[in-house]
Each structure stands twice: as structure tokens, then as C-alpha cells.
Write a protein that binds this ligand. Structure first.
Ligand SMILES: Nc1ncnc2c1ncn2[C@@H]1O[C@H](COP(=O)(O)OP(=O)(O)OP(=O)(O)O)[C@@H](O)[C@H]1O
Length: 531
């Protein structure tokens, strides 16, 4: 790490040149639209109107006007949905355009309200009514629409409706949307659309993920979405890190953890050049900004020094400190929030179970398996040691159990994940290493064997079930140790639309800072037989 102060914490001066490119990009876009829509559009609901074309042209003017007026600095909270008045007295055309613009704004508001989308920022682009608009409004390549069809996606999710147009219009974005609501596509699609085609100019896009597992999953998803193109999409693996001359790496899109990318940046020879990166995504951004990853994330953000870069932050939780960091780093960003800020996904049924003691938890778990085992299932514990202990207890029960934590080798971790995805493992015991971002499609139930250490961790853990609108179930065991923090979970439950008993709501609030109490070891052996 270089000696100068943290980039993320001090902010950056931006080169105004970045705006000069906008007009020419608009021109190119228009030409692409003239090529006509792609064959796939009939698959999507098409709701474009002539009026929207007028609006697009007004927006174009409006955009030019406001860009010229804009001052340097982060202005996410300024002027929310306000529309600058375009006055040109005597011009009937302008007046009609203004009326159409107002109608469009009303349509945008209605659409946002319908999908629970809240935005702040200057001149926020209209949300998508359908995927068809990717072609009609933005001239999306037909292979990308074919890929949506192949993936079976018919309608954009709320976050996709709003974040995609924001990013396509060249704006930086920080977004919060529930777990399992398609944030990956919301940042990958505009990235593929903006990069247009492969180039030999070096790395043009970087996606940072907090774990190797998530980086591997995002690489796979990205490749699926880019199928049919020649983009070179690379995952930063241990081998790549060790054996690559990064000055010669053929790569358009690089996906990595901050740690590995920082090592490439700090290499003495053949180090990586990120100065041409046009597009940087910080997925699970609040995690990336936590103390343990901040320095590494910081060096990556700093190394991506292209003044025209578009950065975006995505997560299912957006604490105040992330907004503060975003304020220092991003320029004229749009903030997109889907749903309630402190809520979990509404498709998850959440339950709290008082287990009394550690022994009580194991009994309750076995009892619930005996009543109904509904695999695949994830069980979260608070430490590596406890993950191994619980695995030791359950491995002889006939429930095909696996365990994953950060003390396993990369190969072991990959094999555990593969077995779980393939259905060879029914119940996977995990530490928080799997708590965020992982998309195991069929997970029906998550058990918090150990109470989570903070509200964000609760929201992400239980969000491994109930993905893409499916129904999920989350059971959280608590003991005497955890009672002071129950109220915090109750708040999340209420915000997510779950029924919560009134005694829970009446409990006093307690500031929840990394609640990780010492717990008795997980064992059914009598105490005198323990080693
Ligand atoms: N438009 C869509 N229609 C249907 N399914 C979709 C759509 N977009 C994404 N999905 C699916 O939804 C699931 C969840 O997507 P994704 O992993 O991107 O969620 P996420 O919001 O990033 O969740 P998390 O916060 O847990 O990381 C994936 O299986 C993905 O394939």
C-alpha cells in the first residue's frame, strides 16, 4: 500500500473531461437504435410509445443543459426527482416536449411506487418498463437479449428496472435491494452493454467481491450473460496471481477479491494496470468497506484511476458509514433503494426459537430434522471451531452433512460448494464466509444455529433462502446470551412484513456491535467425557 492517505476516506478530484464523452455516446446510441429492434423483443412485454421517443429527445437536451450547470462534488441527495424547467418562450415544440416530459415523470413516479423503488440524485433516468426497452431505448446487442431469453428472465426485477438505466446513462450508482433480487444482473448487463465489444486496451471492467466463492459465482454468471460475445472474462485465481505477467493479460472484465487484486497492484514486476478501467463494481460494498477489507478495497479503487470511470456499489444492506464513504468517492451518483432500508427479503418466513442452552439447540435441531428435513438447507454458526464441532456431531446422522469455513483449502471449499449445488450434500454448516451473495437456488431453509453478530449479517444469512421471489424459511435459535439483541431482529422482521409478538417489540433497544459471545462447545457428550 502506498503511503498517501486513504483514497476512500479522503475523496477525489474529478476531471471534467468525463462529461465531454456523453454527447458522442448519445449519438452512437441513436445510430444503434436505428438498426431496428432485435428478434427477441416479442418475448418481452413491449410497452414503448411514440411519446417516449419525444421524452428521450427532451431528456437528451435536459441532460446537456444540467451537465453544463453541474458543479463538482457528490450530490446524491440534491434535488431528488426534481426536473429542471426547460424554457424557450414562444416555442410550441418546447412546450409540448415539456408537457410530455411531465407526463413521463409522472409515469416514472408511478412505476417506482409500484415496485418500491426510491431514488435520490439529479435527473434520475426513467426506470425500465420491460427488458424490451434495453433494445428500444439503449440499442442493446441482440445476443444479450437472447441470453435473457435463455436464462428465462421475462421481467426485470425492481433493482434492475432502475439501476440498469442509471448505469447505462453513465451515472455512478449506489444501490440497496433485497437479497436474491437480481443485483448481479443489474450491474453486469449495463457493463456488457457499455463495453460493447472486446478490446486489446487492457482491463476495462473490475468487479470486486468479498470472498473467492462469490467471485467464482459472479464470474460464472457474467459468462452466462456474455455468452455469444468474445469478451474475455477472468477470475483472479491463485494460479493467475502467481504465474501471470499482468502486462500481457488478455482480459476485458476481471473479477477478484480485494486481497488478490491488491497483491497484483503491489507486485514489483509485471504488475497489473488498472488505469483504463471504465467500470468498477463493488459488490457487497458494505462488507468491502469493513475494517478488515478497507485497505485492500482502497488500493483497488485508487488504482482504477481513469477519470471517466463509472463506479457502482451494490448490497442488500446499506449502513450510514457506506453512504458516507460513497459521498467522498462518487461523483453525481444516483442512490437507488428498493424496499425498506432495514428489511430482509419479504418472501422469507422468519421464526425465532428459544433453545435455552447450547445443548437445547442441538436437541431442537435434531428434533426439527426428525419432523421434516427439507433440503437443501444451510446452518450458520459463529466460528470455525463451532462449525467443526457441529459437523462432528451431525456427520453420523443420516442427513448428508457438509461443512465450510475459511480454514479449508481453496480446493476443499470448491468441492464442498460443488457437492452442495449438486445435491450430494443436503445440509451445509457454514460460518459467515457463505453468509453473503451466494446464490444456491433451491435453499428452502436457513438455520441460524448461532445468533448472528449484527443485523446486516442476519439479513444476508437468511437471504440465502427465498431467492428470486421463491418462498424461504429462516429459523433463528437464541439463548439467554442473545436475549438483549432480540429486539434488533424483531425490527428487521417487522420491516420485512413478518408478524412479531408484542413482548418482543416492547423490549429495550440495545446497540448491537459484533455480538459474538463465548458459547459452551457443541456436544452431546457428558462433560466428564470431553477431552
Ligand atoms: N429478471 C429476473 N427474473 C428472474 N430471475 C432473476 C432475474 N434476475 C436475476 N434472477 C435470478 O435471481 C437469483 C438471485 O440473483 P442475484 O444472485 O443476483 O441476487 P442478489 O440480489 O445479488 O442477492 P444477494 O444480495 O444475496 O447477493 C439468481 O438465481 C438469478 O439468476
Amino acid at each position: 500500500m502506498e503511503k498517501d492517505t486513504s483514497f476512500l476516506l479522503t475523496g477525489i478530484k474529478f476531471n471534467k473531461k468525463r462529461f465531454a464523452g456523453d454527447f458522442s455516446r448519445f449519438k452512437k446510441r441513436k445510430q444503434r437504435n436505428d438498426d431496428g429492434p432485435v428478434d427477441d423483443l416479442s418475448y418481452f412485454k413491449r410497452e414503448d410509445t411514440e411519446a417516449e421517443k419525444v421524452v428521450a429527445s427532451v431528456n437528451k437536451k435536459r441532460k446537456r443543459k444540467t451537465k453544463a450547470e453541474r458543479v463538482e462534488g457528490f450530490s446524491v441527495f440534491k434535488g431528488s426527482d426534481s426536473v429542471p424547467v426547460v424554457t424557450d418562450e414562444g416555442s410550441e415544440q418546447e412546450e409540448n416536449n415539456q408537457k410530455e416530459l411531465n407526463r413521463q415523470n409522472e409515469r416514472d413516479l408511478r412505476l417506482r411506487k409500484k415496485y418500491g423503488i426510491h431514488v435520490s440524485g439529479n435527473n434520475v433516468p426513467s426506470p425500465l418498463q420491460s427488458f424490451a426497452e434495453l433494445s428500444t431505448r439503449y440499442g442493446c446487442e441482440s445476443y444479450l437479449l437472447h441470453n435473457l431469453v435463455k436464462l428465462g428472465f421475462k421481467e426485470p426485477t425492481p433493482i434492475q428496472r432502475q439501476a440498469i438505466p442509471v448505469l447505462l446513462s453513465g451515472r455512478e450508482c449506489f444501490a440497496k435491494a433485497p437479497t436474491g433480487s437480481g443485483k448481479t444482473l443489474a450491474f453486469v448487463y449495463p457493463m456488457l452493454m457499455k463495453l460493447k465489444q472486446p478490446s486489446k486496451d487492457g482491463i476495462r471492467a473490475v468487479i470486486l467481491c468479498h470472498t473467492r466463492e462469490l467471485a467464482a459465482q459472479t464470474t460464472r454468471e457474467c459468462k452466462k450473460m456474455a455468452k455469444g460475445s468474445k469478451f474475455r472474462i477472468k477470475l483472479m485465481t491463485k494460479e493467475l496471481l502467481r504465474n501471470t505477467d499482468f502486462t500481457k493479460l488478455p482480459c476485458d472484465i476481471l473479477i477478484s477479491t480485494p486481497r488478490r487484486l491488491q497483491l497484483c497492484i503491489c507486485k514489483k514486476k509485471k504488475k497489473i494496470d488498472l488505469s483504463r478501467v471504465e467500470y468498477l463494481v463493488l459488490d457487497e460494498s458494505d462488507k468491502l468497506f469493513e475494517r478488515s477489507l478497507l485497505e485492500q478495497t482502497d488500493s483497488v479503487v485508487k488504482a482504477c484511476s481513469n477519470p471517466s470511470i463509472i463506479r457502482s456499489l451494490f448490497s442488500a444492506t446499506l449502513p450510514g458509514f457506506v453512504e458516507d464513504v460513497a459521498r467522498t468517492v462518487m461523483h453525481d451518483a444516483v442512490r437507488v433503494i428498493v424496499g425498506d432500508k432495514n428489511a430482509a427479503s419479504e418472501s422469507i418466513k422468519q421464526k425465532l426459537i428459544f433453545a435455552g442452552s447450547e445443548e437445547g439447540k442441538l436437541l431442537a435441531l435434531r428434533q426439527s430434522f426428525a419432523e421434516s428435513l427439507n433440503p437443501p438447507m444451510l446452518i450458520f454458526v459463529q466460528s470455525i471451531e463451532r462449525a467443526e464441532e457441529l459437523y462432528g456431531e451431525l456427520k453420523f446422522d443420516s442427513i448428508r452433512v457438509g461443512v465450510i469455513h475459511s480454514n479449508l483449502s481453496q480446493e476443499q471449499r470448491e468441492s464442498v460448494i460443488d457437492d452442495f449445488r449438486a445435491g450430494k450434500t443436503w445440509v451445509l454448516i457454514a460460518t459467515d464466509v457463505l453468509g453473503r451473495g451466494m446464490d444456491f437456488k433451491g435453499v428452502k431453509c436457513v438455520i441460524n444455529y448461532d445468533f448472528p453478530d449484527c443485523a446486516a449479517s442476519y439479513i444476508h444469512r437468511i437471504g440465502r433462502s427465498g431467492r428470486a421471489g421463491r418462498i424461504g424459511e429462516a429459523i433463528t435459535f437464541y439463548t439467554e446470551h442473545d436475549i438483549p439483541y432480540l429486539r434488533n431482529i424483531a425490527n428487521v422482521m417487522t420491516a420485512s412484513g413478518c408478524e412479531v409478538p408484542s413482548w418482543l417489540i416492547d423490549m429495550p433497544k440495545k446497540k448491537w456491535k459484533k455480538h459474538c459471545p463465548r458459547r459452551e462447545s457443541i456436544s452431546t457428550k457428558p462433560k466428564d467425557q470431553e477431552e
